[in-house]
Design a protein around this ligand. Structure first.
Ligand SMILES: NC(=O)c1ccc[n+]([C@@H]2O[C@H](COP(=O)([O-])OP(=O)(O)OC[C@H]3O[C@@H](n4cnc5c(N)ncnc54)[C@H](OP(=O)(O)O)[C@@H]3O)[C@@H](O)[C@H]2O)c1
Length: 273
């Protein structure tokens, strides 16, 4: 299986277009797919249909891919639950994982992510319980790695201080005005955790219109969006894109070829905060 890709294609908010766009993303060259067993925002079964279509067409095999999905607490779900809401949390994790594997047509995902801690501010006993249950899934071979999403620096410290195993991935919304989540990224770098950044474009519209970014884009014959993705990689992030546009899919992948100087990377890092 692909170790860790350098781009993740995000499948949120695509509803009936999910299968087609997943297949299109694979045809465009994406090899990392991000989803969640949270029907409210994702259609995981349709991601599986898109994967199956790509396998059938000979575009990719499972071994070429990095598949990531998530466990979402009851509070983040609507009525379409992948588990028994009356079951205890470890059972919900096991049921959600079994459902994800069925949706995705695989017996192992590459990364299993806690969609967000139970509380907005602390790493709680519930999180500790879920985290142990997720590690059990990993030990049973149903995921290669574990991650946590929507997590603050304080919660990461609390997780670490509890003596629990650290995640392989942190997936956060990345705001330029908060130094592109500088505190969490620093923690990740110090602990060998791969930082996955989402909403790199939608959360940072001011950066896309910034003169420095425009200047670099003009020089590199690229778009401001490509400069942002290139920057994210230069500071060690694994970026996500959720584009529905085949031209943008190609451009997002081509951001690998955009070259930035160390000074430019530093300037963009401090562009808004
Ligand atoms: N863990 C979480 O709680 C969480 C939350 C949100 C998202 N995510 C994950 O992250 C993924 C991506 O979400 P996101 O918020 O980063 O992206 P997104 O909401 O899907 O939006 C990407 C936006 O950028 C545009 N775009 C992409 N490439 C572009 C380009 N080259 N030029 C111009 N515009 C471009 C897209 O427009 P076009 O479609 O027109 O290209 C779209 O409007 C989601 O699908 C999901 O998998 C996770």
């Amino acid at each position: 299986m692909l170790d860790t890709p350098d781009f993740l294609y995000g499948t949120a908010w695509k509803e009936e277009r999910t299968a087609g766009l997943t297949e299109l993303a694979l045809r465009a060259g994406f090899r990392g797919i991000d989803t969640a067993n949270q029907r409210r925002h994702y259609f995981e079964a349709a991601v599986g249909e898109g994967l199956a279509a790509a396998y059938r067409a000979g575009v990719v095999t499972r071994a070429d891919l990095f598949l990531q999905t998530k466990f979402t607490y009851r509070g983040g779900q609507d009525h379409r639950l992948p588990y028994d809401p009356d079951a205890d949390l470890p059972t919900q994790v096991a049921q959600s994982m079994a459902s994800s594997l069925e949706h995705l047509g695989t017996d192992r995902v590459d990364s299993y992510v806690l969609h967000g801690p139970a509380s907005g501010s602390r790493w709680t006993d519930d999180d500790a319980l879920v985290w142990i249950a997720m590690a059990r899934e990993r030990d049973a071979g149903r995921t290669r790695m574990l991650g946590v999403s929507n997590i603050s620096l304080r919660q990461l410290h609390e997780l670490a201080d509890s003596g629990a195993e650290l995640p392989a991935f942190v997936q956060n919304r990345c705001f330029a005005r908060f130094g592109w989540d500088r505190g969490v990224r620093d923690f990740c770098r110090e602990h060998g955790i791969v930082y996955q950044g989402f909403s790199l474009l939608t959360a940072n519209r001011e950066v896309l219109g910034d003169p420095l970014v425009a200047e670099i884009a003009a020089r590199e014959k690229a778009t401001p969006a490509q400069v942002v993705f290139a920057f994210s990689r230069r500071v060690g992030m694994l970026p996500l894109t959720g584009t529905s546009d085949p031209v943008h899919m190609a451009q997002d992948l081509a951001s690998r070829d955009v070259t930035l100087s160390a000074d430019e990377v530093s300037a963009i890092e401090h562009i808004a905060g």
